[in-house]
Design a protein around this ligand. Structure first.
Ligand SMILES: [Fe+2]
Length: 269
């Protein structure tokens, strides 16, 4: 089970409606306004298309049913309302059945710039636009299915692949290098940092990604760049578990950051 959190997910009423306070809606609005401006020219076209389709409200936290209608007609995905932190088993089960876990809480004003837990802004603004893209949607479901039948150690390797793609992936486009990873897109600092000269960029190679250690509490020191979202589609058709075993044999790359003493992480990063 995952680590402790100060946050609690809001439960829906009998009609599936979740009530939030004015302050929580205001936090959403602040995040939406700020991040919508920052991502311009930095995110891939597939993300922009998805964001337009979702038409997330600016001034209030969206209801999951409204998001689900768009996801279902785009790629057969929908959201799943979950607690603030969920175990790996639940995470993989949901992804395998094309349900994207969304913890229905929003960060406190004190943590508006940074929090470790994935809140509703991260899930809806960061991830859901990309889930309208068939290649990305297929890869995410494939990852869930692989994780379901993987051993504990295999899951740790798989998590790195997810981190380097779904969360922190970059993509080369005719317009230039762009972001598609939701962990970057929902973070103002990381949106600037990822495309700056500070971090290293490597061409995406799945074995390399599986072998790359990461920390969840720092700006990433390196990112992997795919040639297009078709790379994720192609990868979904390959034997990823064989790659995991190859990566396990080869072992981890040395980390590009100092070690962190505390260990456990949430599955739904
Ligand atoms: Fe995430």
């Amino acid at each position: 089970m995952a680590k402790q959190t100060q946050y609690q997910a809001r439960m829906p009423d009998a009609n599936g409606y979740i009530a939030y306070s004015d302050q929580e809606h205001a936090t959403w609005q602040t995040l939406m306004e700020r991040q919508t401006a920052i991502i311009e020219g930095r995110v891939c076209q597939e993300y922009i298309d998805g964001l337009e389709r979702l038409a997330l409200p600016q001034d209030r936290i969206p209801q999951l049913g409204d998001v689900d209608r768009v996801l279902l007609e785009s790629t057969g995905w929908r959201t799943a309302q979950v607690p603030a932190l969920i175990p790996f088993d639940t995470f993989f089960e949901l992804l395998a059945s094309r349900r994207f876990p969304v913890a229905t809480f929003i960060r406190s004003p004190e943590e508006i710039d940074y929090l470790q837990e994935p809140d509703i802004f991260h899930e809806l603004f960061g991830h859901c636009p990309m889930l309208t893209n068939p290649d990305f949607a297929e890869f995410t479901a494939t990852y869930g299915k692989l994780g379901l039948s993987a051993s504990k150690q295999e899951r740790v390797y798989l998590a790195r692949l997810y981190w380097m793609t779904v969360e922190f992936g970059l993509v080369d486009t005719p317009q230039g290098r762009r972001i598609y990873g939701g962990g970057i897109i929902s973070s103002p600092k990381e949106t600037f940092h990822a495309l700056s000269d500070v971090p290293e960029h490597y061409p995406f190679d799945p074995i390399d990604a599986l072998r790359t250690p990461y920390r969840i509490d720092i700006l990433q020191p390196l990112y992997y760049v795919i040639e297009g979202l078709h790379t994720l589609h192609d990868l979904s058709g390959q034997d990823i578990m064989a790659m995991v075993h190859q990566a396990m044999e080869l072992g981890l790359y040395p980390p590009k950051f100092p070690p962190k003493p505390s260990a456990p992480q949430a599955a739904n990063a």
